[in-house]
Ligand binder design. Structure first.
Ligand code: FAD
Length: 374
């Protein structure tokens, strides 16, 4: 067992940090206030190979390991979780196309995903469900040698942008199949972005599909295996979401350490108080443990291990631990932590999302409990 990052891992980590320092940090607060991410952010990241890091060179990507990818995500999450979102779910779905797609599908869709010209989405959640795949009502029915899609998808990130959506829908057999749906075609429309508590970037919308036509070769993977595909897709994304929260939690720790050194009480910095030192110690310990969960899960994925249970444990632990880190960070800041002028306030809002996304804490417990009691 080797707990050290390789030289390549460190190089990738540094490259992502440099990018985030130069391109994201200076506008991180503005993005939060305006919910607008500069239009060229995706192509800027694409030019550095950051948009679909695990896609092989044959399809335009840099072909990095999943651990490399997780390291990139952590650095982006440190600066702004909304900007990470632009590449995060996109890159996981590009990987899904790489894993499940035919040679033709990979050649057709992946190069533009790598450059950031196209953005992918995962299209699962519906108004009636985000937790139970059996309740999905969106249908993809065979017709004229292709498929016709009808239904509404809720809270779909990046759905308003051109590119391939990885769609989960009921097929003629009544079971869930996975498809590649080219977004923004005839019959496809999106609503205004949801106004979220945090992760402000205007990236999450509802999608209406009315008789949207898909070609015969739109099926991704095997017929009626959508549920299995969904578990794979979200196991990638849960690990990635956990890593971005580790980045944000590290930022929460860093600003809290700095604040505690600057803020005076009784003629000395509050960092001299045992109560503040305890908070900082609890924060640092949680960040470290959460980071190790992410790296370990990524290493297992790179070793070809099925990470469905591991990624559920990772997200369950990291979501709670980082939530506590953000909460303690507010406490260190006192009243200022409750003010928008301080970075910890944004971090607190952004970090909270993880306990809901890609399956709530309760659903992760059901998965981990189910596997553990097998
Ligand atoms: C910012 C944002 C971005 C998102 N992006 C996407 C996206 O790109 N694509 C996508 O498909 N979805 C996306 N989602 C949807 C998200 O993944 C779901 O909202 C999430 O899985 C929870 O589903 P729900 O809101 O329907 O909760 P519900 O299923 O309605 O759950 C409500 C409550 O009931 C509990 N509950 C429900 N069922 C069970 C059960 N069986 N056992 C125990 N407890 C249960 C839950 O834990 C929760 O506490 C996004 C959501 C947000 C907020």
């Amino acid at each position: 067992m080797d707990f050290k990052l390789s030289e390549q891992n460190k190089m990738i980590q540094t490259m992502a940090r440099d990018f985030a320092d130069k391109e994201i940090e200076p506008i991180a607060e503005e993005i939060d206030l305006t919910s607008k991410i500069p239009a060229d952010m995706a192509t800027k990241m694409g030019s550095l190979g950051l948009m679909a890091p695990t896609v092989p060179e044959a399809y335009g990507g840099p072909g990095l390991s999943f651990l490399d990818y997780i390291l990139i995500v952590e650095q982006l999450g440190y600066s702004n979780i909304a900007v990470e979102t632009l590449m995060g779910i996109h890159s996981c779905m590009a990987e899904m196309i790489d894993i499940l797609g035919t040679e033709e599908q990979k050649k057709k869709y992946l190069p533009k995903c790598c450059t950031g010209e196209h953005l992918t989405s995962i299209m699962f959640t519906e108004p009636e469900t985000g937790s139970d795949a059996k309740v999905i009502t969106t249908s993809a029915v065979e017709s004229d040698g292709g498929f016709v899609v009808n239904g509404t998808k809720r809270f779909i990130t990046l759905a308003q942008f051109d590119g391939p959506g990885v769609l989960f829908a009921k097929d003629d057999s009544g079971r869930i199949s996975t498809f590649i749906l080219e977004k923004n075609g005839a019959g496809y429309s999106t609503e205004k972005p949801w106004k979220l508590m945090g992760v402000h970037g205007g990236l999450t919308v509802d999608v209406n599909m009315e008789d949207v036509k898909m070609a015969a070769d739109s099926r991704l993977g095997e017929k009626a295996q959508g549920y299995r595909d969904l578990l794979l897709a979200i196991s990638l994304s849960k690990t990635r979401l956990s890593s971005r929260n580790v980045g944000a939690a590290q930022a929460a720790l860093d600003v809290s350490v700095q604040y505690s050194k600057d803020r005076q009480a009784k003629g000395q910095p509050i960092s001299k108080l045992a109560s503040i030192q305890w908070l900082i110690a609890e924060m640092a310990t949680r960040v470290e443990a959460a980071r190790l969960m992410c790296y370990w899960t990524a290493c297992l994925k790179d070793d070809g291990v099925d990470i469905i249970k591991q990624s559920a444990m990772c997200k369950l632990y990291v979501a709670k631990a980082t939530d506590e880190v953000a909460d303690m960070g507010i406490q260190v800041h006192g009243a200022y932590g409750y003010c928008q002028d301080y970075k910890i306030e944004r971090l607190f809002r952004d970090i909270r999302l993880l306990r809901i996304l890609e399956g709530t804490d309760e659903i992760q417990r059901a998965i981990v409990g189910g596997y553990t009691l097998l």
